[in-house]
Structures are given as structure tokens and as C-alpha cells.
Write a protein that binds this ligand. Structure first.
Ligand SMILES: [Zn+2]
Ligand SMILES: [Zn+2]
Length: 359
């Protein structure tokens, strides 16, 4: 199990009886306003999350904790507009975080490129918003990797009549299908169904399709805002959900969390893209890796690395029971383990040919 999961398992969960209509268990913040602590071993990145500042970022600017990565989950303006976007950008420039990641929310008129087609009442036009945001990285259905940690940001939501609106069901499901499977930190504007998504009277605003997409991928963190009344953090045991909406009756404390870069992923990332013969000790998941039916020992991240590169051959051993060769049509997988389970030899070496490239 990865360190972060261990870490937040230890957190005490506190019930929030003061919130009407909510039975959720909220994660209690530690003295650094963080949902977990930095581990004692290895390198850790500190993430700080804010959302829904609605042109009031200036009020909390001095309170925002320092950290390596600042994330804003959208609604930094009230109705978009070049002046408001530029002002936001100027304030971001005063913050010390090395990486600043921003997604637009439903209040950022002018960011949704389909706006004219959708006949939104564009009260204020924002010309070339991407060019105005020079002090951050804007993610619109895009990923960014920071020290091997993958972040993905997307603004779609199901609140009718605003930019980035999608119909609940198939239309928005298609948008969430683009979320990479190996995302570590998912950034959306709207909440998923059932997590920090309720209004004051208990009405639910969360998106069930987004919930399904999250549960299929289990990112370490899912951060969002949008439902101002539901500022807080929760976990389902696999993902920590953070609604970082700042704008309530009073401004809220900013959230922080820590993540250590995944130890294995960067290693497989070093495999050259043009490798012809990949040699590892262990098998990738699903190829000559099973001790018994449904008992797979292969490495999922190795499989992903192989499928991204399509070497001609991937040779390995390690799982003695699985001596043999298989193909996925692009790569031939060879498990050349010479000993069987009881360490008896007698198998043949596996031979293959590769044509020498002509120069
Ligand atoms: Zn908002
Ligand atoms: Zn919103």
C-alpha cells in the first residue's frame, strides 16, 4: 500500500452535526490545515487547494499557506471579463508557489469555446483568456505531471445555463472518459455525487457520472469547489475528496495536502520510447504472470509502460509457473523462467529473431 493511503487512514474523522442534511464524516485538518502529514521518508510535495474566490482572492492572499503547488478549482471571477481575469492573474503572480494550476469554473464566461453555439448570455466577453493567465498553468481537459505526480483538470458540470454545462448522463460521461486512468490528483469544478455536494437544505448537486469516473480510477485526491456550502474533506478509503470553496458567509481556511511521488512510475518512465527488446525481471500484468487462475502477479504500471512503447519483445521471468510466450499483436512477451515451481530445470531457452535494421 502506498504511503499516502496509510497516512490518511490514521486520521480521525469527525462528524459534522452542525451541517443540516449531511451525514458525512469530515476529515479533521491538522495544525498545518492539511488533511495528511508529510511522510518521514522520501521527498514530498505540498499542495495547497483553493476554489471559488469570486474576485475576492485579495482578501485571503496573505493567509494562503506556502507550498510547492497551488491549485484553484475555478470560479475566480463572477462573470469572466478580461479585467477580472487579469486582476486574478496579477494576484497569482504575488504568490510564492512554484507551480500554480488553475481550471475555469462555470462563472468564467468566455473560457468555454462552445459558448456561442450554446447561446449562453455572455454578459462579459473574455478575449483570449489563456493569454491573460500568464502566472499559472490553465488545465482544460489536460494533464500536467509534477515530479511524477499526474494532475488532470476539467471544468464540465451539470448546472444548466452556464458555460461548461453538459447534460447529465451520456454527454458528461464522454467528457469524464478522457480522464487518464493513472491520474493522481483530479481537479474538477463540480463535486461527484455523494461527496461534499449538498446545499444547505440537503439537496444534492453532485454528478453521478463524475463519481463513477473517480471510482474507476481511484486518484489519490479529487479536489473541486462549486458548492460553496460544502467546504470540507472526506475519504472513501481510496480517494480523499476536498471541496475547497472559499466563498461562504465568511472566507474559509485553505486546504493543504502532501503527496510523495510514486516510486515505481518514474522508474518505468525511464524506459526509452524506441526500445526494441525490453528486459525486466518481473512480468507485466496479464502476460504470463499468473500462479493460478485469477492470481496475477504482474505489474500494472509496467504493462502501461510497455503498451505505450510497443517494443518488439518483452522478456522476463520471475513467475516460474508461466514459462512461455504470448503476443498482444504488437509485442511478443516471453517468460523464460528455466526453473519450475519446485526449482527443477529441464525447460528450453526461448529463442527469437529480429531483423537487423538496414542503414
Ligand atoms: Zn462558485
Ligand atoms: Zn461554480
Amino acid at each position: 500500500m502506498n504511503q499516502i493511503t496509510e497516512d490518511f487512514r490514521k486520521l480521525r474523522l469527525k462528524p459534522t452535526k452542525e451541517r443540516k442534511g449531511q451525514q458525512e464524516e469530515l476529515i479533521e485538518l491538522n495544525s498545518q490545515n492539511a488533511v495528511n502529514s508529510r511522510g518521514t521518508e522520501g521527498k514530498w510535495l505540498k499542495f495547497v487547494v483553493i476554489s471559488d474566490t469570486h474576485e475576492k482572492l485579495v482578501k485571503i492572499l496573505d493567509k494562503i499557506p506556502r507550498g510547492d503547488v497551488l491549485i484553484h478549482c475555478g470560479d475566480f471571477t463572477n462573470y469572466g471579463g478580461s479585467a477580472a481575469v487579469s486582476k486574478f492573474n496579477e494576484l497569482l503572480g504575488k504568490l510564492p508557489h512554484q507551480h500554480k494550476i488553475v481550471i475555469p469554473g462555470n462563472h468564467e464566461y468566455g473560457f468555454d469555446t462552445r459558448e456561442s453555439a450554446r447561446e449562453y448570455v455572455t454578459r462579459v466577453t473574455t478575449k483570449n483568456p489563456r493569454e491573460l493567465l500568464t502566472n499559472c498553468t490553465l488545465l482544460m481537459d489536460e494533464s500536467i505531471e509534477i515530479s511524477g505526480i499526474k494532475l488532470y483538470g476539467s471544468s464540465w458540470h451539470i448546472l444548466h445555463g452556464f458555460p461548461f454545462y453538459c447534460e447529465p448522463g451520456a454527454e458528461i460521461r464522454e467528457k469524464w472518459a478522457k480522464i487518464p486512468n493513472d491520474v493522481d490528483v483530479l481537479i474538477t469544478h463540480e463535486p461527484p455525487r455523494g461527496f461534499l455536494d449538498k446545499g444547505l437544505r440537503g439537496q444534492t448537486y453532485g454528478d453521478v457520472e463524475l463519481l463513477h469516473a473517480v471510482e474507476a480510477r481511484n486518484p489519490k485526491f479529487h479536489v473541486f469547489g462549486h458548492i460553496h456550502e460544502c467546504y470540507g474533506a472526506m475519504t472513501n478509503g481510496k480517494t480523499t475528496f476536498i471541496n475547497a470553496a472559499q466563498l461562504d458567509r465568511s472566507m474559509q481556511t485553505e486546504y493543504a495536502f502532501y503527496l510523495s511521488p510514486d516510486e515505481r512510475k518514474p522508474k518505468w518512465a525511464q524506459i526509452p520510447a524506441d526500445v526494441d527488446i525490453l528486459i525486466t525481471h518481473g512480468p507485466p500484468l496479464g502476460y504470463l504472470d499468473a500462479r493460478a487462475k485469477d492470481q496475477h502477479y504482474g505489474d500494472e504500471q509496467l504493462l502501461e509502460a510497455v503498451e505505450q512503447r510497443d517494443p518488439k519483445f518483452h522478456v522476463f521471468g520471475h513467475i516460474h509457473e508461466c514459462y512461455g510466450a504470448m503476443t498482444n499483436g504488437r509485442t511478443i512477451f516471453v517468460n523464460a523462467a528455466q526453473c519450475d515451481r519446485s526449482m527443477q530445470t529441464g525447460r528450453l531457452p526461448i529463442v527469437f529473431y529480429i531483423r537487423i535494421p538496414e542503414s
